[in-house]
Design a protein around this ligand. Structure first.
Ligand code: SPV
Ligand code: MG
Length: 559
């Protein structure tokens, strides 16, 4: 929809339209975020911010238009461009109209000052107006030139500013409306609203009236609406706010010398990031740049000891079990490296000295016999500063699974195998093998899950744990998860809180907090309102939890 159509729609609605003067894309965005209806691309503001020059035709059409294009890219609400005198005569106005239509602007406003114009409020400058005829010619030319049907031309008269009186102002406004103007702006620098109020009372109502209450600044929008105005322009308050805020902050830094001295006067960096769209950029990077571009740390929990694997693991931990000439750990490292993940940390415990693979940072969990895998992971808490992958040390998986996980835009993503769910008869594994079962928001096989799920529209995990009743489960967590920087922060905070709260109590399925599993912590995050997502897979991975599984791995794995 063209920007002009949006303004036309606003005009059809009851109530006064509130537009605010912007001087660049950022201020336009803030105005939109503050909930105003429209942007006034202010000649006064752009002259000041772009070149620090008076509002007196020193900024060219090209320069002004460039700023307006930036605004049009940054906001979706209508933009009314202050075009001063139209950048020349009637013929120049015609090009001005077409340029603005193409720039995605809703309306232009042209005033009957002579060129070069002088801001209406400068006290000591010469003030002359062009003839009614000449300005009507500009308006007719503008209307004849427009190609976007909803595009609007607002005619502005400076008759009151020049001291030519109310009758002249009304006469001009009426002539401009007859010439085809879609609205008229009768500008005033009177200290009170009375002058314009009586002008508005005498107005024919042929086209809507626009008002700029800069000097008579005590008037409310309701009073303006009541008097008959349809658009109010808060023309220069935003840029004046900027000047004051900058000045104040600069004075404090100058005096104090610590940048932090102004922290209470400035927005957090994160707010700037959000304003300019960094979150979207991050998501786009994940979606469209080759996997692994972002620094990701993989943390492998490989501390545990499982009796049932003896004597296979007599002299080494499980992750060093050899499967067709390569250990599980070597296979994991190869998959990570293939996805360009070179930052690998490993928490070892049982037979820790046997793990000597290079290019891995090692952390030790010497309490591996009495602690769960959550405790192990947090032995590497120092690694948890940005995006992280968590892996159980006993899984082998296709690289494609890792690639799919890395594309997830969510803050917390688990890999869930739904093959298990699809099997008609769900086989109860024999103890001690207890899969980490997962209940999903959109179970596989329901109408909801049959439709295509876009990568950023993922399935949510509702419950996780080994004690989850089989009939409630939809899949199995494979022991591979990814957390964004925010996800990691949430995890660390939840961990700290839970450690104190559950110090001497059971924690979800664990008898005590130190015995807790990563999945207990995930359930805790879900229960405390965090969103946990998953990417679903169908087989393509393997876990070595028993001698039988080890044999299966040997028979299934390719070289
Ligand atoms: C502007 O903002 O440039 C205007 C409005 O034209 S005023 O400064 O009030 O004239
Ligand atoms: Mg102006």
């Amino acid at each position: 929809m063209h920007n002009a159509t949006k303004l036309r729609e606003l005009l059809r609605r009851p109530g006064i339209i509130k537009a605010v003067g912007a001087h660049d894309a950022l201020s336009a965005k803030l105005i939109q975020q503050a909930g105003f209806d429209a942007i006034w691309a202010s000649g006064f503001g752009i002259s000041a911010s772009l070149k620090c020059v008076p509002d007196a035709s020193f900024v060219t059409l090209t320069e002004q238009l460039e700023i307006e294009r930036n605004m049009a890219e940054a906001v979706s609400i209508p933009i009314i461009a202050d075009c001063d005198t139209g950048y020349g005569n009637a013929l120049n106005v015609m090009r001005t109209v077409n340029d603005h239509e193409r720039a995605g602007i809703a309306a232009i406003c042209i005033e009957d000052n002579v060129f070069p114009k002088r801001c209406s409020f400068y006290a000591g400058v010469r003030r002359e107006l062009i003839s009614i005829d000449e300005h009507c010619g500009k308006i007719k030319a503008a209307k004849a030139a427009q190609t976007v049907p909803d595009f609007m031309v607002i005619a502005r008269t400076e008759a009151l500013i020049a001291g030519w009186g109310q009758d002249e102002a009304l006469k001009r406004a009426d002539a401009y409306a007859q010439a085809g103007a879609d609205a008229v702006l009768i500008h005033s620098k009177s200290l009170t609203f009375d002058e314009l109020k009586s002008v508005a009372r005498a107005w024919s109502g042929r086209v809507p009236l626009v008002v700029v209450p800069t000097i008579f600044d005590g008037v409310t929008a309701a009073e303006l609406e009541e008097a008959g105005f349809k658009i109010v322009i808060y023309a220069n308050q935003a840029i004046r706010a900027v000047i004051k805020a900058m000045r104040d902050a600069l004075a404090v830094i100058k005096q104090d010398t610590r940048p932090g001295a102004v922290n209470d006067r400035i927005v957090k960096l994160k707010e700037v990031y959000e304003l300019v769209g960094v979150p979207q950029m991050e998501e786009d990077e994940r979606r469209f740049l080759p996997v692994g571009g972002e620094r990701i740390t993989a943390i492998i929990a490989a501390a545990g000891f499982e009796k049932q694997l003896l004597p296979l693991i007599e002299d080494k931990p499980k992750c060093l079990l050899d499967i067709k000439g390569k250990t599980i750990l070597e296979r994991q490292v190869a998959a990570l490296n293939e996805c360009d993940i070179k930052d690998i940390a490993l928490v070892r415990g049982y037979r820790k000295d046997a793990i000597t693979l290079p290019n891995i940072r090692y952390y030790d969990n010497d309490r591996f016999e009495e602690t769960g895998d959550l405790y192990s992971l947090f032995c590497a808490e120092n690694e948890m500063t940005g995006r992280c992958l968590f892996l159980y040390g006993d899984i082998i998986f296709d690289t494609a699974i890792l690639e799919k996980l890395l594309k997830s835009p969510a803050d917390i993503t688990l890999v869930v195998d739904v093959a298990w769910f699809e099997q008609q008869e769900r086989v109860h594994p024999t103890p001690p093998l207890k899969p980490d079962l997962v209940m999903l928001q959109n179970p596989p096989g329901t109408s909801n899950s049959l439709r295509y799920l876009a990568p950023d529209e993922q399935n949510r995990v509702l419950k996780i744990g080994q004690d989850l009743p089989y009939e409630q489960a939809h899949g199995e967590f494979i022991g591979l998860a990814m957390l964004s920087k925010d996800g990691i922060e949430a995890l660390r905070q939840a961990y700290r809180e839970a450690r104190t709260k559950y110090e001497s109590k059971g924690f979800h399925e664990a008898g005590s907090f130190i015995k807790a599993s990563f999945t207990d912590m995930i359930q805790e995050l879900i229960d405390t309102g965090h969103q946990v997502n998953c990417v679903t897979i169908f087989k393509g991975w393997m876990e070595v939890d028993s001698f039988e599984e080890y044999q299966k791995a040997w028979s299934k794995i390719r070289q």
